[in-house]
Design a protein around this ligand. Structure first.
Ligand SMILES: [Zn+2]
Length: 213
């Protein structure tokens, strides 16, 4: 079920108040157009009719891509993690067999969508990314990279973007051979020890890599 409500937003630039549609949950089977709108930011972009100021509004919501059995809760303000963890961990309901995730930022949500759209397993991607992070921190500390994100370019090629202060400073190609090798060697064991994990990020990848030995 999708739920949205109009909310009053005060323009950060001119201070005038306008109403804006805010989603609690988005079901892409019910609202197929939302699938594109969350990807191109239209669903979250506020534009002030008075002064033209634009901003992306970050708020908590549940993304339900029902046709692909995917549930992602975006805990943008960090207020609902424990509560959603409890809800998403429940079994014996319509969401059995789903890929369920909690992300802690809007950027992490966008990355999950790109990985999903690429047909990749985000756990393997995070494991690869964690090793890239280790390498960056070991050898390129002077570059002050603060974000690494999976991305797909206009030609459909996958890679990782390295950002510093919100700006891209480098990129690297996605090593599909490495992805396949890790998937082949470790996916069964990853499933066995962490099938129900919801927060798949660098800390998770570090932990799972240590446990896999
Ligand atoms: Zn304004």
């Amino acid at each position: 079920m999708s739920q949205s409500a109009m909310q009053e937003i005060t323009c950060p630039q001119c201070g005038k108040k306008h109403s804006f549609r805010v989603w609690d949950s988005i079901n892409t089977r019910e609202y197929p157009e939302m699938k594109e709108k969350v990807r191109n930011d239209e669903a979250f972009r506020y534009r002030c009719p008075d002064c033209g100021a634009a901003a992306i509004l970050n708020y908590n919501f549940l993304y339900h891509q029902q046709e692909d059995k995917v549930l992602i809760f975006v805990d943008a303000d960090g207020s609902s993690y424990e509560e959603m963890k409890k809800i998403l961990s429940q079994k014996g309901n319509a969401f059995d067999g789903y890929r369920k995730r909690i992300v802690l930022s809007y950027n992490d949500f966008k990355e999950k969508l790109l990985i999903l759209d690429a047909g990749l397993d985000d756990r393997i991607v995070e494991i690869i990314k964690a090793s890239i992070w280790d390498n960056v921190e070991e050898r390129y500390k002077d570059k002050h990279i603060d974000e690494i994100y999976f991305a797909t370019n206009e030609d459909g090629e996958h890679g990782f973007l390295f950002r510093k202060g919100g700006h891209m400073v480098a990129s690297m190609e996605f090593d599909m051979a490495l992805y396949k090798a890790i998937k082949e060697a470790a996916l069964d064991r990853i499933d066995a020890i962490s099938k129900d994990d919801l927060l798949i990020n660098r800390a998770w990848a570090k932990d799972i890599t240590a446990r896999l030995g």
